[in-house]
Design a protein around this ligand. Sequence first.
Ligand code: GLY
Length: 560
Amino acid sequence: MILKRLAILGLLLSLTWCSAHTVKPNEQAIASAHLAATQAGIGILNKGGNAFDAAVAVSAVLAVVEPFSSGLGGGGFWLLHESKGNRQIMVDGREVAPLAAHRDMYLDTAGEVINKASVDGALAAGIPGLPAALAHLSEHYGRLPLSVTLQSAIRLAEEGFLVNEHYQRLARFRQAALLNGEAARAIFLVDGNVPALGTLIKQKDLALTLKLLAGNGFDGFYKGEVAKRLVEGVRASGGIWTQQDLASYTVKERHPVVIDYNGMKITTAALPSSGGLVLSLALNILEQYDLQTMDEESRIHLIVEAMRRAYRERALHMGDSDFFNVPAEVLTEKSYAKQLAHNLDLKKATVSQKVSGLNNAEGHDTTHFSIIDRDGNRVAATLSVNYPFGSGFVPAGTGVLLNDEMDDFSIKPGVPNVYGLVGGEANAIEPKKRMLSSMSPTFMETDTMVGILGTPGGSRIISMVLLGILDAQAGNGSASWVSLPRYHHQYLPDTIEYEEGAFSKAVLLGLTGKGHSLKRKEQRYGNMQVILWNKVANKITAASDPRGEGIAVVEKVANR
Ligand code: GLY
């Protein structure tokens, strides 16, 4: 009798669980950094494509219209939620170091870092992963062929897109790098100058490369004519790529990092992104306190102290786990976060050099988009060429602007990269290794809501996502996550960076009194794109960061 009752209870529980996971949204939504990308993705959803097809279309359009952020010459992470089977996967299309790369390749004979060698030009580029990831997404998760999902990108590359102020600002910032090579100069500048507002940027070679990718998938980019031109162009300009580098590139599927923060399930990026582990460390520290009942100054102080400790672990222990034994299990333990918090003083800033942890074994660009489809499939994707306009180098005849992600390796222990991040052995350069990233596409989930979020912003990506998660926990909606003023601490430099409006005068004084050093950023940062599905009301809201020019669209699903 008891067994029978238990069996019935089990059945009821599993039915409840199933229905919780099979509820479908009444709407579909996309938030991305560019109108054309959001439109292309919505177009694919309305053609019968799923969220993964839409992700291919959005990624490809962003590659065309935001050359300063991401592209075929770059890489990224696509965090997927497959509604059927309630499965989460991270598709890792991160760049890898070329086979001829070695740990001291950016140092001179005196062991000093060669200025800009890992930032500008062909030697700065890792082997791209984005085209392979698009082919992988399409083949394993999509419903539509690449010939359909890449159509909008091909058209925009052929017909051109209009230069806006954002383009101008970033082209001015990277003008010197773009001037170095003929192809990049011809595509992205006009007579060597930053193009006027409204100039049409056409990318005929890129359109041809996209067509080959659409027609031949992986081989269209990594083998044959495009690969030949890429390698010839790179080598003629001092780079070290080979055909073998391209032909042997592999996309990896990773188990995302899953964090339980006060009952909210957070699914986020695994290594080679440091995002998931750093978020886990920070949230596990914060969970030991009751943030909601704290005054504002104490709460900010505490969040900064959590960031400081979590970013320290990044600097010391994180790198590509296929190459380095990262103690990920220890880093994600709640008890480890307790140890990290042992010297956390609620009244006083800890000096970064005095933070202890495991014994030491020794934007400004990128882009993010979020998608949910009518079946509840989701994508959070953060893509990058690293610095604005990547390396500034385009191999002739390809239209492919190459990344400068090699700078995300630790070029020399203790020497900061362009984002001021330091690293060590775990993130040293090795052939075929993936450089450590901060990109953190993230899902949040409770019984009543699903959130999808992420942002560009180099090392600040993780702290922005952390603030977004805390804001969601506090019960605020999607518009608040993208617009709230931001602050950041990354262990070194030992300074809180903050946006105008992030702190009141009293809080500023209080934080200074606690011993923090503070620096106001001249410009606001980040470009967060988010979706919030309220499962109780079955209502979706989406929001695009007011700092950028992105567009979030929520559409009623037809025929339901
Ligand atoms: N290139 C930025 C990042 O991957 O963190």
